[in-house]
Design a protein around this ligand. Structure first.
Ligand code: COA
Length: 268
């Protein structure tokens, strides 16, 4: 049985990828949901293409993006295994589309219930951070299928949980629960299933109310710091800091502090 109650009251404003991806934008918060619950939100080529279109559609209309999977049983159960018989999405386009998610300028938060496997875990790791329900489970069953994820596929996992836990997860090919994922640093927060969505929205509202240039500068700065030193661009990062210092929002932030009121940031 498919539990369609997650996210609660889910009605997308627009859909992409032949309906596989839904997008809802309100109050500066974009929610992008993979909505193929009968297939545990397995990603085929249309779904990853729809994901890119939805990200493009939200880019200038929101301040934060929640990425989730409809139905409550799975965030994403990986690439659609049927697609391994054809050229997509397990080839380059899957990785290119993952890269586009990782490099997306808005802050992105993965909101995870149920299975988060393989390419689904890759998708979650390409969001800025992860909130999970206690019913979430995580794994990369590559060795059970006979595939290798390659450097691009494993880079974020090694960065996040380290080489030994990555090896353990892939050699064994099993799933770890949300508590283990939390202890490993794979997810930042864990909530009861019925509390997850409200917690995610509360965090999204806070982020959306903060100064957009500051948040985006942090995203770019952290990404730059993760590059090898030879590829870091301290000049570009300094320019982002200066843009914040010279922004109207910085004036507004200081005025709001002085006047003991909530700032109203404009993103400029
Ligand atoms: N690709 C294609 N179809 C998938 C899928 C995937 N990655 N994951 C789940 N599905 C489909 C199942 O085939 C099934 O379809 P059916 O109803 O037509 O038979 C449906 O989703 C429901 O999944 P089911 O296996 O019945 O649910 P379950 O609760 O017993 O197990 C999983 C769920 C996710 C543990 C199991 O489906 C699974 O192991 N999927 C593959 C995960 C994987 O290897 N991902 C990595 C790919 S890189």
């Amino acid at each position: 049985m498919t539990d369609t109650a997650f996210p609660p009251d889910w009605t997308p404003d627009r859909t992409f990828g032949d309906g596989r991806v839904g997008l809802r934008i309100a109050d500066g918060i974009a929610v992008l949901a993979i909505q193929i619950p009968d297939k545990m939100n397995a990603l085929d080529d249309a779904a990853t293409g729809g994901m890119i279109e939805a990200l493009d559609a939200a880019r200038d209309k929101a301040r934060v993006l929640l990425f989730t999977g409809v139905g409550g049983r799975a965030f994403i159960s990986g690439a659609d295994i049927g697609g391994f018989d054809g050229p997509q999405p397990t080839g380059q386009s899957f990785l290119d589309r993952q890269r586009a998610l990782a490099n997306y300028p808005l802050p992105t938060v993965a909101v995870i219930r149920g299975y988060c496997l393989g390419g689904g875990l890759m998708t979650a790791l390409n969001c800025d951070f992860r909130l999970a329900a206690t019913d979430a489970s995580f794994g990369v069953p590559a060795a059970k299928l006979g595939i290798s994820y390659g450097s691009a596929g494993l880079a974020r996992l090694v960065e996040c949980i380290g080489p030994a836990r990555t090896r353990r997860l892939l050699y064994v090919g099993d799933r770890v629960d949300a508590a283990t994922a939390h202890a490993w640093g794979l997810v930042e927060h864990v909530y009861a299933p019925d509390a997850l969505w409200d917690a995610a929205m509360a965090m999204a509202r806070t982020i959306a109310g903060n100064a957009p240039l500051s948040v985006r500068a942090t995203k770019a700065t952290v990404a730059d710091l993760l590059l090898p030193e030879s590829r870091q661009d301290p000049g570009a990062i300094l320019a982002l800091s200066l843009a914040c210092r010279d922004s109207r929002d910085f004036e507004e932030g200081r005025a709001a502090f002085r006047e003991k009121r909530k700032p109203a940031f404009e993103g400029r």
